[in-house]
Ligand binder design. Structure first.
Ligand code: F6R
Length: 239
């Protein structure tokens, strides 16, 4: 795990965007693993400003709320369209988000894993981190070998994501379909981005604490090509 500390959030975001741009310049047909959330909005905005071409890329998003249709304004598919896909030259057939409104969620999870495999696996996985250490929606007690599956969201996560649901945690769906920790660890390269003081304690646990299923992001310590990009505020509790 390589930890890269930048002075502020803008510098951290720009570095991540630059790393993605470099990756696509050297391999235009990259398979990207993508995340949503407030932190990622700035990364997508930067990639769009840089006019990076995604024409030959394929993408797989980490997660989707269960019960939300793709055109629901609160779904992660909608987030991706709004913040990124519809402003880029990504072919829409090449973008994938787990099917949160599938009738058979177990089958949808299996199919998602197969789609990733058939695309040749993920070259570069982009990650944010939740305040309880989740990557994707791998909440505490997610097994290191876990695969794409249906996961219950913790009260912390529902509170953290309430802003998108009129500020009411009760309106946040209780479950999500998420890639597993094992799925994420199979990516050839991983970049985790965290900014702001609210992430400082969990970054210290994920980077310097024991590898434990209580902090899913700690499993990234096992990955041979994982960069953790943080600003000073998020790095403030590192030893
Ligand atoms: C969402 C996802 C989550 C977020 C995390 C941080 O697709 O994968 O793990 O990255 O919850 O969210 P923000 O950036 O809103 O703090």
């Amino acid at each position: 795990m390589e930890v890269i500390i930048r002075p502020d959030a803008t510098a951290a975001v720009e570095l991540v965007a630059q790393l993605i741009q470099n990756r696509i310049a050297s391999c235009p047909a990259s398979v990207l693993g993508l995340a949503t959330g407030r932190t990622m909005e700035q990364v997508y905005a930067s990639l769009l400003r840089r006019e990076v071409s995604f024409e030959h890329c394929t993408s797989f998003n980490l997660d989707e709320y269960i019960g939300l249709a793709p055109d629901d304004p609160q779904s992660y598919r909608h987030y991706m369209q709004q913040h990124f896909f519809s402003h880029s030259d990504f072919w829409s057939d090449n973008t994938h988000v787990p099917e949160g409104d599938a009738e058979d969620l177990q089958q949808a999870a299996k199919d998602y894993e197969e789609l990733i495999r058939n695309a040749g696996g993920i070259d570069l996985q982009l990650l944010g981190i939740g305040e309880a250490g989740h990557i994707g929606f791998n909440e505490p007690l997610s097994a290191i070998m876990s695969r794409t599956r249906d996961k219950c969201l913790t009260p912390t996560t529902r509170r953290q994501n309430a802003a998108m649901f009129g500020g009411d945690p009760e309106q946040v769906p209780k479950r999500a379909l998420t890639m597993g920790v094992g799925t994420i660890l199979e990516a050839r390269e991983i970049i985790l981005l965290a900014t702001g003081e609210a992430k400082a304690a969990i970054i210290a646990q994920a980077v310097e604490g024991p590898i434990t299923s209580m902090v899913s992001a700690s499993a990234l310590q096992l990955h041979p090509h994982c960069k953790v990009v943080v600003d000073h505020a998020s790095a403030s509790q590192l030893q």
